[in-house]
Design a protein around this ligand. Structure first.
Ligand code: FES
Length: 134
């Protein structure tokens, strides 16, 4: 299992996602069923089976954030980006994902843009944060 995860993570790091072709190679190399490789790859939210945008936004959808107006913040993010969760903007600038708790509940509602946490979000702050990412 450790070797499988390492190979998947390496693919994600090198190419930004784990393609079907890569999963096939890993499956053959480790003599594991393709379905198993796919299952592990799709289990972890920080792995992707599709190319991602230059910036990956993961907005928290867990209860503590939702109780702090997280739903309207997520709606405003979706409106600003013009895409639905799971999608990437046409210019390849942003991928918009929903995530479980990102460990910033004390700053709820919160999101990650790449590896940076943004907390105490408001619809107004969303615009500023997006503008600061090329
Ligand atoms: S519940 Fe949203 S960061 Fe923890």
């Amino acid at each position: 299992m450790e070797k499988l995860l390492n190979m998947i993570k390496e693919e994600q790091t090198q190419n930004g996602y784990v393609s079907e072709e890569a999963m096939n190679h890993i499956s053959q190399d480790l003599e594991l069923p393709l379905g198993h490789v796919y299952g592990v790859t799709t289990f972890y939210s920080f792995l992707s089976t599709a190319p991602l945008g230059r910036h990956v936004i993961r907005i928290c959808k867990s209860i503590p954030c939702l109780l702090q107006n997280g739903e309207s913040v997520a709606a405003s993010l979706q409106k600003e980006l013009g895409i639905a969760p799971g999608e990437t903007t046409a210019d390849g600038r942003f991928t918009f994902l929903l995530a479980n708790c990102i460990g910033a509940c004390d700053q709820a509602p919160a999101m990650l843009v790449d590896d940076v946490v943004y907390g105490n979000l408001t619809p107004e702050r969303i615009k500023t944060i997006l503008q600061s990412h090329d």
